[in-house]
Design a binder for this molecule. Structure first.
Ligand code: AP5
Ligand code: MG
Length: 209
């Protein structure tokens, strides 16, 4: 069974998914992380994907399908969190058409107002090595510029520049918000207030699960 973790860019999907992995034994599939790994590895898929990601646009669905299937097969038999997929109605239907093992049991919407999203994304710093996420004021690493988890350098994600954030938010409203209604109609949609400290949000999330 799958739990879909959805929400706008910067809503805290990655942060909360990492806590659920550490504390509740979930396996996480993040399509954003998988695409960034392809870019890092210099693959053809990564080269194509980066042209869309750099602009804050969605990567074509067809490129995501192989990634999704291979990531799912690696976590067979586990409880799985899906962070960043589905991002449009076609992807939601694709996911629905996969094996029964991958039925979506809950679609959790981390709901955060847009002013806070911009603040979170503009201050986010990401580990170059392990992908851990911090914030310059709201979730500071112990040593400035250094990842608490693996000691590597922190950097700003290229799509966190203000202009690209605006594009990502518009894409979210247009393409991803309809997915919320899709899950409402299936009876698996749960809204979780994403404002407040990461621990407060985590408690609400646990309750929702
Ligand atoms: P992806 O990597 O999925 O990015 P996203 O959806 O834009 O979401 P983010 O990772 O930016 O935010 P998040 O919700 O994970 O927030 P985080 O926990 O980091 O996708 C990137 C790109 O890949 C897309 O634009 C697209 O091009 C492509 N892509 C991926 N999947 C695709 C798909 N299925 N189809 C097509 N294209 C796809 O938190 C943000 C910040 O806030 C951090 O600094 C964090 O420390 C801080 N923070 C978190 N929680 C709190 C809190 N409670 N209080 C204060 N600060 C907090
Ligand atoms: Mg993320």
């Amino acid at each position: 069974m799958i739990v879909v973790l959805t929400g706008a860019p910067g809503a805290g999907k990655g942060t909360q998914a990492d806590l659920l992995v550490e504390r509740q034994g979930y396996k996480k599939i993040s399509t954003g992380d998988a695409l960034r790994n392809q870019i890092k590895g210099g693959t053809e898929l990564g080269k194509t994907a980066s042209q869309f990601m750099e602009k804050g646009e969605l990567v074509p669905d067809a490129l995501l399908l192989d990634i999704l299937k291979s990531e799912l097969s690696a976590v067979a038999g586990h409880k799985v969190l899906l962070d960043g997929y589905p991002r449009n109605l076609d992807q939601a239907k694709t996911l629905e058409g996969l094996a029964a093992e991958w039925t979506v049991g809950k679609a959790i919407h981390l709901d955060v107002e847009s002013k806070q999203l911009v603040e979170r994304l503009s201050g986010r710093r990401t580990c170059l090595n392990c992908g851990a996420t911090f914030h310059m004021t709201m979730n500071r690493p112990e040593k400035e510029g250094i990842c608490d988890k693996c000691g590597s350098g922190l950097t700003q994600r290229p799509d966190d520049e203000v202009k690209k954030v605006q594009t990502r938010l518009t894409v979210y409203e247009k393409s991803t918000e309809p997915v919320l209604d899709f899950y409402r109609s299936k009876g698996v949609y749960v809204r979780v207030d994403g404002l407040g400290s990461t621990e407060d949000v985590y408690s609400r999330l646990l309750e929702a699960l």
